[in-house]
Write a protein that binds this ligand. Structure first.
Ligand code: ADP
Length: 593
């Protein structure tokens, strides 16, 4: 009992939310939409009155032989019919713009969440699943909800006013219509609930399906798919998922069809009952022909309106849970990032006793980590795969928030470590290769200030792109990548230099580089590293590398294993220590000898 009331309350709240969404999107259009609905209701009501006048005029014309009394009601009927149908058409077109604005508003809100939510939450499967559901459903549902809400209010007003008209003309005609409306509404709501349950149920399967489609349609996977001849296997997995989805779709379609048929039969029954009652009343002489004529018109409108009311209610109750889902998504993942002036440091950045755990993970990915980066130093992080280097770099960059420990710049603890982002430039292994122009690819590193072409060219040269720039067909305007027609694709090494140029342009006091030379050949890597300090122009750097030849050039080296710092020192100190570093170093040099 209580749950039912709570349900109704939440439906009311969701309806209020839908109205708020509309109102925020465009007040004037929302008001105009509502006015057009009211215009339709009023003119419908007047049509009933006019029809009664027309029938009375026809009957009096039959008696008197003059048709002059017909003129006024006929003109009124013409005008009213024109108003009703034009208002409906105006409203439908008007709705399209309002719908667009609602969509725009929802996207704005959604993008605010997706671009601000903390990285580790963003990376979690739970977030991805919720986002997927919101993007596939909640994006058009608010528009649907908004439209159906208007329509619903219109139909409701229509039912009430026309119902009132029927009540005035002949009260006995109302009960058969109502008798049928109530069970029909029940079926409409059940049908919509079934749809929501279905959408929630299929989201995980859909995500797996989309993933398989990516594997079979996107360039990064094309070579391996052919080399491993895995297409047939992937296609069969795809087929199985499609089959699962189809079964679920069949089930929901059958359910909704059953409810739909039940609703349709009841609507027909309602109309038949009403008309039958009217016939009986005329027969018994208690209903005049003119009253009967206009009540036929009214009953027809009412039946239409009840039908519309039910389908609007269906659309509305179908859309509302998705809006709620969107609101929950927004509330759960809303993150505010404090805007601060750029940090800088004169002496050192330190992490002390830092623990970090990925969301939902049982084990710590970083355990009691202490590191220090001094001004102007190049600090290297080395260690085997999975030892926690990337995780640590992301904590330093303010992208992951540690569970415990201190993070200080010149001895001052950062109130919100996320503010470190504004002072750090990152070059990740999977850095972005934007299908934008060469200029934008680099200049996007510093969107907080105006960037001149000279700035772009200077960092491009620093990153070793001088030859590449000379060869571009349209200079800095050249479109890069292979997504768009006119794009010029770059080699892995060239992209990496573009990423480096972008990082340098950012102009921050600390640069974090995760395997910055992975795509470079040995000569290019040597060139980059032999004068890495020149390239960095005095900035400090935290460098993750697998190549010990690069690591040995660093001022200080931290060695990681299982999320812990196990050794620290200069190359010479670590070699003399004869521990993990010297073992890994010897293994790698043995490979080269
Ligand atoms: P490295 O950079 O040294 O190869 P990482 O920092 O990438 O190591 O990974 C450290 C540990 O954290 C590994 O055990 C890895 O499985 C785990 N890990 C990395 N990314 C995630 C993630 N997004 N969610 C959960 N665990 C992760």
């Amino acid at each position: 009992m209580f749950a039912r009331y709570a349900n109704r309350l939440s439906a009311l709240r969701d309806t209020a939310t839908a109205v708020k969404v509309l109102w925020r999107a465009d007040r004037v259009r929302t008001a105009l939409g509502a006015s057009l609905q009211i215009a339709q209701v009023v003119s419908t009501l007047l049509i009933i009155v006019a029809s009664k006048a027309v029938i009375e005029a026809i009957m009096s014309a039959g008696r008197s032989g003059s048709i002059s009394a017909l003129v006024v009601p006929l003109v009124a009927l013409t005008v009213l019919t024109a108003v009703t149908s034009s208002a409906a058409i105006l409203e439908a077109q008007h709705d399209r713009i309002l719908g667009h604005k609602v969509e725009q508003q929802i996207w704005d809100r959604l993008l605010k969440v997706t671009t601000r939510v903390d990285l580790d939450r963003f990376e979690s499967p739970r977030f991805a699943e919720h986002l997927d559901r919101v993007v596939t459903n909640a994006m058009d549902k608010p528009v649907d909800a908004a439209r159906s809400l208007f329509d619903f209010i219109g139909s409701l007003l229509g039912c009430v006013t026309v119902g009132f008209a029927v009540l005035v003309i002949e009260p006995l005609l109302v009960p058969p219509l109502l008798l049928v409306a109530i069970p029909s509404a029940y079926f409409a709501v059940r049908s919509s609930n079934a749809e929501y349950l279905y959408a929630t149920d299929v989201t995980p399967t859909r995500r797996r399906l989309y993933y398989l489609r990516l594997l079979m349609t996107q360039k990064p996977h094309a070579a391996e798919l052919r080399a491993f001849e895995s297409a047939r296997y992937l296609a069969s997995r795809h087929y199985d998922l499609e089959a699962t989805l189809l079964t679920k779709l069949r089930r929901v379609v059958a359910t909704r069809q059953r409810y739909g048929i039940a609703g349709g039969v009841l609507a027909g029954l309602g109309l038949a009952l009403t008309l039958g009652t009217a016939m009986l009343l005329i027969n018994s002489g208690s209903l005049s022909i003119a009253a009967a004529g206009s009540s036929f018109v009214a009953a027809r409108y009412l039946a239409n309106n009840v039908g519309r009311l039910l389908s609007d209610l269906g659309r509305l109750t179908e859309a509302l849970p998705f809006i709620r889902d969107f609101e929950i998504f927004e509330r759960t993942y809303a993150t505010s990032v404090a805007e601060v002036s750029k940090h800088d440091f004169d002496d050192k950045i330190r992490l002390e006793g830092v623990n970090y755990r990925y969301p939902g993970s049982m084990t710590l990915a970083l355990k009691q980590v202490d590191i220090e980066i001094r001004k102007g130093q190049v600090v290297a992080l080395v260690g085997e795969n999975g030892s926690g280097k990337t995780t640590l770099a992301k904590v330093v960059a303010g992208l992951y928030l540690s569970e415990s420990g201190r993070y200080t710049w010149d001895g001052v603890e950062l109130a919100d470590p996320r503010t470190a982002r504004s002072a750090i430039a990152c070059l990740f292994q999977d850095f972005d290769r934007f299908n934008f122009s060469m200029r934008e690819n680099i200049a996007i590193g510093a969107t907080d200030r105006p960037v001149s072409d000279d700035d772009v060219v200077r960092v491009a040269h620093r990153a070793g792109l001088a030859d590449t720039l000379d060869r571009l067909p349209d200079g800095l305007n050249t479109q890069l990548g292979n997504v768009f027609d006119e794009g010029v694709d770059m080699s892995g090494g060239q992209w990496q230099r573009i990423g480096l140029a972008r990082t340098l342009l950012r102009g921050s006091p600390l640069v974090v580089m995760d395997e910055p030379t992975a795509a470079l050949d040995p000569r290019a890597e040597y060139e980059l590293f032999s004068d890495v300090r020149l390239t960095l122009e005095g900035r400090s750097a935290l460098l993750i590398t697998h190549r010990f030849a690069s690591a040995r050039l660093a001022d200080f080296i931290y060695v990681m294993r299982d999320g812990e710092i196990v050794e620290a020192g200069s190359h010479e100190q670590l070699m003399a220590h004869d521990g993990l570093y010297s073992e890994l170093f010897s293994l790698q040099s043995a490979g080269y000898v």
